[in-house]
Ligand binder design. Structure first.
Ligand code: FE2
Length: 294
């Protein structure tokens, strides 16, 4: 008989900080969790932005006009508002609250990510997240791929008491697996915990892990954190423990991934392995080899 005993060892919060305010696109108000002065390197993750929450007046909604990407994936998760996207290869669609767009930019494209017509005309609330995940060297030049996943297709799991809810965007939580394919092991869960609830998530020791608090307050890996704060976990264990210590629902993103460990050469929307590959990306973009978006 083959018996395996796994001891649960909890990771500690190594850093807790407030995501600084920033602007990008044509004036979208953001909080950029990283890269920044506190965290520059969280392999395989390159960037996390919270878009808004912003209440737009009619005619005032902002977005991200045409820009290129090469060498990584962008994951957009919308909580409020509607965004429409178009790219230089003819792909287009609309993201609504709860929807996820997992876009593998691979060899490259030019796209726009703008408020949908109704949000532009009538105004309203925009709130969402964009995460950038690096690609391993062998995948950087694969053909672009979209996994647009509607809210209805994102599995939702609950604990036995009904005090914890997990929307599983990628990976596995509460015994439920996400439906999106990832190139490397990734966990991406939107958790909500009722006051007093505690949740434990297994995360392999090799993976980097962090959380972004959307609302409420709690204790994560022993660190206290509240709205708009980022918690980076150390690698000293195979699980994280999260408790809601506040009086309202705690809402957060819990994200982890296997480090790629390859050199990172980065210039704006291009993330490659060397300076030569970056120059090639700029040349290819300027020559229209990532397509052209009017
Ligand atoms: Fe983009």
């Amino acid at each position: 008989m083959n018996t395996t005993t796994t001891t649960t060892e909890y990771r500690a919060a190594s850093r807790v900080f407030t995501a600084p305010k920033a602007h990008d696109g044509d004036g979208v108000e953001l909080r950029r969790a990283f890269p920044g002065t506190t965290v520059t390197d969280l392999d395989p993750f390159l960037l996390l932005d919270q878009m808004g929450p912003t209440e737009f007046r009619p005619g005032d909604a902002r977005g991200f006009p045409p820009h290129p990407h090469r060498g990584f994936e962008t994951v957009t998760y919308l909580l409020s508002g509607e965004m429409q996207h178009r790219d230089s290869w003819g792909n287009h669609g609309v993201l609504r609250p709860g929807d996820v767009q997992w876009m593998t930019a691979g060899s490259g494209l030019v796209h726009s990510e703008m408020p949908a017509e109704s949000l532009r005309r009538e105004g309203g609330r925009l709130h969402g997240f964009q995460l950038w995940i690096n690609l391993p060297r062998k995948d950087k030049m694969i053909a672009p791929r979209y996994q647009d996943t509607s809210a209805a297709r994102i599995p939702v799991a609950h604990n036995a008491e009904g005090t914890v809810t997990a929307k599983v965007i990628a990976g596995e939580a509460l015994g439920t697996r996400g439906v999106i394919d990832t190139r490397i092991p990734i966990l991406y869960v939107h958790l909500t915990l009722e006051p007093g609830a505690t949740y434990i998530q297994e995360i392999p020791k090799t993976e980097n892990a962090f959380a972004f608090i959307i609302d409420g307050q709690g204790t994560l890996g022993g660190g206290r954190a509240a709205e708009n704060q980022v918690v980076v976990f150390d690698r000293g264990g195979n699980a994280v423990e999260i408790s809601n210590t506040g009086t309202k629902t705690l809402s957060l993103l819990l994200i982890a991934g296997e480090p790629i460990g390859h050199p990172v050469a980065r210039y704006g929307p291009f993330v490659m392995n060397s300076r030569e590959e970056l120059l090639q990306a700029v040349n290819d973009f300027q020559a229209g080899r990532m397509g052209v978006l009017d």
